[in-house]
Design a protein around this ligand. Structure first.
Ligand code: NZQ
Ligand code: ZN
Length: 389
């Protein structure tokens, strides 16, 4: 049964090969002082930077830059960007990059006019902004996180060894618009592409594996997963397959723009484990999820057998004839493992740099959430981490 909810997603999307043109439509809506935020330089190599600067100039914008936003953006980098943003009297933030750049830009946006320490306020106390929120627009170059159409922002505090995401309730934190050109994602290294593909898949799993009611969101999720399986296989064989890359981009957005969570509880424990692994290893987000997923789902499936049996049939096409829910569940997860290996994901945390002596610390950094089929104990967290080595 669907519970009570409200649904509003204010992010306007421009999709396709011609989508950058619409930056000209959006820029006049905001003030002149633009903060351009980007990562370690991929946009300078592939020409996106020049194209964006050209449009900013044509629109007579006064541009300051924050460059070098790293994957898994850090709190130190946030403080650095805030100084630049404040000195520039920023009216509008333009994020050009992947989830890290988009997340970081949202963190800047809610902190520019905030008198309190943003880490304490937003990532420890999980408070909502009480100050003016500077609007953000995104030009996406890496696919996976869904940050282009949600209010999530993940920041890593390296000294505290914590990587924490805040999904803001305030819709004003969502990007005002996002420009999604699948062509831009084609210069991504294969490692990043498949990490993003698994990030998408896992976002759907986190929202699918909960409850045993009949829920529209679960049918949407199954459709998204099936599309992703088809397109991921095509994209791995031929990364220049525009059709596959465009489907993956669109699936990513719908996987985490809050739609498929509506009316449901959600799990998110794979992300909590993955983020804690990330805090210790700085590994690529999607790979941290892949590395802990199978031990987690193989363990949790006993508490949600019906849904795991349904997953086997509706996502992996397994014929249920004469099979128990246990058998179906196991077969489904075996097929999922085969797909994960086929597309080239990292399947254990050792390969991401985690060592035995980190396990206790990673367990401490793992936030335990309810909403899935079982609320974990700390011992269970340790057990899953050990099985993920
Ligand atoms: O920094 P540059 O040089 O741009 O290189 C980036 C980076 O090294 C590169 N890249 C991006 N676009 C490229 C490209 N290289 C070549 N061609 C292009 N077109 O890719 C690397 C990874 O980029 P990053 O932005 O870090 O990847 P992703 O989009 O996976 O973002 C990861 C961050 O998002 C958070 C993660 O925890 C992590 O910090 N998440 C955010 C979520 C949200 N807002 O809802 C949810 C997710 O679950 C996730 O936690
Ligand atoms: Zn994710």
């Amino acid at each position: 049964m669907l519970g009570n909810f409200s649904y509003c997603n204010p992010t306007k999307l421009y999709f396709g090969e011609d989508s950058l043109e619409y930056l000209n439509t959006e820029l006049p809506k905001y003030g002149d002082n633009v903060l351009l935020v980007y990562g370690g330089g991929s946009i300078k190599k592939n020409g996106i930077y020049d194209a964006v600067i050209d449009i900013l100039k044509k629109n007579n914008k006064n541009v300051a830059e924050v460059s070098g936003v790293m994957p898994n953006p850090t709190l130190e980098k946030l403080y650095e960007g805030l100084e630049i943003a404040r000195a520039h009297n920023t009216d509008f933030i333009l994020a050009v990059g992947g989830g890290s750049v988009c997340d970081y830009s949202k963190a800047v946006s809610v902190s520019i006019h905030c008198d309190e320490d943003p880490w304490e306020k937003y990532y420890i106390k999980f408070e909502e902004p009480t100050c003016e929120i500077v609007p953000v627009g995104c030009i996406l170059t890496m696919v996976g996180t869904g940050s282009e159409m949600n209010a999530g922002s993940v920041i890593t505090n390296r000294s505290a060894k914590l990587k924490i995401g805040h999904v803001f309730a305030d819709e004003a934190v969502m990007p005002r618009f996002s420009i999604l050109n699948p062509r831009y994602t084609m210069t991504l290294p294969k490692y990043q592409m498949v990490a993003g593909i698994y990030d998408i898949f896992n976002h759907i799993c986190e929202q699918y594996f909960s409850g045993d009611d009949d829920n529209t969101s679960d049918y949407i999720s199954e459709g998204l997963m099936r599309s992703l399986l088809v397109s991921s296989r095509k994209a791995v064989k031929n990364p220049n397959d525009y059709e596959a890359r465009s489907n993956i981009m669109w699936t990513a957005t719908w996987a985490l723009n809050t739609l498929v969570a509506k009316g449901k509880s959600t799990d998110w424990m794979v992300h909590m484990l993955g983020q804690a692994v990330g805090a210790y290893t700085d590994a690529t987000h999607g790979m941290t999820l892949a590395a802990v997923s199978l031990p987690y789902y193989r363990y949790i499936s006993q508490y949600g057998l019906k849904k795991f049996a349904r997953f086997a049939q509706n996502v992996w096409g397994i014929n249920p004839q004469g099979k128990s829910d246990e058998e179906l569940s196991q077969e489904g997860l075996d097929k999922m493992e085969a797909w994960m290996r086929e597309i080239g994901l990292v399947m254990n945390i050792t390969d991401l740099g985690a060592t035995e002596d980190m396990i206790e610390g990673i367990a401490d950094a793992t936030l335990i959430l309810d909403g899935g089929y079982k609320v974990f104990t700390r011992d269970e967290v340790v057990d899953i981490l050990k099985k993920s080595m």
